[in-house]
Design a protein around this ligand. Structure first.
Ligand code: KIV
Ligand code: ZN
Length: 388
């Protein structure tokens, strides 16, 4: 299964994303995000953690009723009561998945779960076996997998597969791993765990060291064929791997990764805006793919390049991610080419001296502000170029 070139996108904006402090969304907002994700072609939407609250349960239930094409997943701990809540919440879904997890690292087992490794191992078998009674599509995740003993991980993965999991996921819960180390860990798991070739290998990366996207892509090189991610990278602490970044990296660098996804990327900007508005998390202007400056150029050299041929300074066509067209921001680094173009867009064609005077005035103005608006440029023309 892992040799196929299709990477499934598992969006967890509505579950892990919403767990970010201050990011909670209303049921209606979640439903709207789920509809957009469904239209965009996301393979799996993790709609929530039904046992955690009545609101979470209801959100999963209404998303399960509404979503047409994506599989709807619900999260549970390795506890039967949690799994029962998932079963009830997912009841109306056309395609459903129970996602059950347990921590496998020494620190989590000892201090958080207060269980021995053998008890955790038994819970893996019990939770997956129990979930399979209700659902053919069961995903098992090892929480804090990257800080777990590899030999113990191998045993747990094997047990989950034997118990009937069709997707197995390793979580870099605290964003601790590095691309090289993750590649080796995944290679080891794929080589050592019997039955791995029958299931889909998934990864779930957090961004504590700013490497969630790089780690996810490294995992794809090592044979992972599902990435768990969130819109705008929202999520616990520093967030999760950003969906728009992993998807566009695999699209733009298809030759390097040799994989594809089902995501219709022209929906990305719309989703980013919706999630930003609903969570209140502002997207930084320099954010890759969906930031306001992702396709904006201010410096004269770059503007000239883009005017001559967009590909000089853009590796993504903004229309491909639903961002319209690139823009030339007129500021202190801008040059004559951009000013000429801007004036021509407004039907203003200035001769040599008049243009030089407007350019000089524009530079003076740009020196003491961040950007000069089109209106201000047209006012300069009016005042200093002798036009009406
Ligand atoms: O980060 C994590 O470990 C998780 C699991 C529930 C997969 O979100
Ligand atoms: Zn997580």
């Amino acid at each position: 299964m892992t040799s196929q070139g299709q990477v499934l996108i598992f969006d967890t904006t509505l579950r892990d994303g919403e767990q970010a402090p201050g990011a909670s969304m209303t049921g209606e907002q979640k439903l709207h995000v789920a509809r957009l994700l469904d239209q965009m072609g996301v393979d799996i939407i993790e709609a929530g953690f039904p046992i955690s609250s009545e609101g979470a349960f209801n959100a999963v239930h209404s998303i399960a009723r509404e979503v047409r094409n994506s599989t709807v997943a619900a999260l549970s701990r390795a506890v039967r009561e949690d799994i029962d809540a998932c079963v009830r919440a997912l009841e109306p879904a056309r395609r459903k998945r129970i996602h059950t997890f347990i921590a496998t690292s020494p620190i989590h087992m000892r201090y958080k779960l207060q269980l021995s490794a053998e008890q955790v191992y038994e819970r893996v078998i019990d939770s997956v076996t129990y979930a399979r009674r209700f659902c053919d599509d069961v995903e098992w995740s090892c929480e804090d997998g990257t800080r777990s003993e590899p030999e113990f991980l191998y045993r747990c993965f094997e047990a989950a597969i034997k118990a009937g999991a069709s997707t197995v996921n390793i979580a870099d819960t605290v964003g601790f791993t590095t691309p090289e180390e993750f590649f080796d860990l995944i290679t080891g798991i794929r080589e050592q765990v019997p039955g791995m070739e029958k299931v889909r290998f998934s990864v779930h990366c957090h961004d504590d060291l700013g490497m969630a996207v790089a780690n996810s892509l490294s995992a794809v090189r090592a044979g992972a064929r599902q990435i768990e991610c969130t819109i705008n990278g929202v999520g616990e602490r520093a967030g999760n791997a950003s969906l728009e970044e992993v998807v566009m990296a695999m699209k733009v660098r298809a030759a390097a990764y040799g994989v594809r996804t089902n995501v219709k990327t022209e929906h990305l900007k719309q989703l980013s805006k919706a999630v930003s508005e609903y969570t209140g998390f502002v997207v930084p202007p320099n954010k890759a793919v969906v930031g306001a400056n992702a396709f904006a150029h201010e410096s004269g050299i770059h503007q000239h390049g883009v005017i001559m041929n967009r590909n000089t300074y853009e590796i993504i066509d903004p229309a491909e991610v639903g961002s319209g067209e690139s823009s030339l921001v007129m500021g202190r680094h801008s040059g004559r080419h951009a000013l000429q173009l801007k004036l021509r867009q407004y039907g203003v064609d200035l001769g040599g001296n008049a243009f030089e005077e407007v350019y000089r005035r524009f530079k003076l103005m740009a020196d003491d502000r961040k950007a000069v608006s089109d209106g201000e440029i047209l006012a300069l023309v009016k005042t200093h170029a002798g036009l009406n």
